[in-house]
Design a protein around this ligand. Structure first.
Ligand SMILES: [Zn+2]
Length: 173
């Protein structure tokens, strides 16, 4: 389906030869009328961590930047090129919270549409249940402006910024 933010509208020119004739080919690809280059629209991989404290509250971060600045999120972020999801979650939790993951268990995947700079990116969020050694060194940085420990049942959808995180909180927390 082609909506206002359809990924097929992300490109007006062929990224290979610069021709303006770069148009939807199938619902998940674009093709250049000049050079024949075909671009497949894929989801970006991202990771999110569920980290609980000793009273079973979940560690939510507060988003520093748009989309959804100021709203609750789960710690995590995009998987870098050449990185595994496990490496990405370890890196993100260290960058955002200065915490060291000692154990993780895969918990499921959720889809998300992420609008950034008027461009829609579709992501596949890989969720991990994580245990950290200690919260003593907890310190926010990177694209996080704060954190809060909350019992998931007390968190309403209106407080959460991203659709995939709403699904995670309502379905698996
Ligand atoms: Zn081209």
């Amino acid at each position: 389906m082609i909506n206002e933010y359809s990924p097929s509208k992300n490109f007006r020119f062929c990224p290979k030869c610069g021709s303006p004739g770069f148009t939807p080919d199938t619902e998940k690809s674009l093709k250049c009328e000049s050079c024949g280059f075909r671009y497949f629209i894929n989801m970006s991989a991202s990771v999110a961590a569920i980290i609980r404290n000793e009273t079973n509250e979940v560690l939510f971060t507060i988003r520093k930047h748009n989309p959804a600045a100021g709203m609750l999120d789960l710690p995590g972020g995009f998987v870098d090129l050449g990185e595994t999801a496990e490496e990405a979650i370890v890196r993100e939790i260290h960058e955002e919270l200065n915490l060291i993951i000692s154990k993780m268990e895969f918990a499921g995947t959720f889809t998300n549409k992420y609008i950034y700079g008027d461009i829609e990116y579709q992501t596949l969020d890989l969720v991990f249940d994580c245990i950290v050694d200690s919260f003593l060194e907890l310190k926010v940085a990177d694209d996080v402006s704060g954190f809060v420990f909350r019992h998931p049942a007390t968190v309403s959808n209106d407080e959460i910024g991203l659709d995939s995180i709403k699904k995670i909180v309502s379905r698996i927390l």
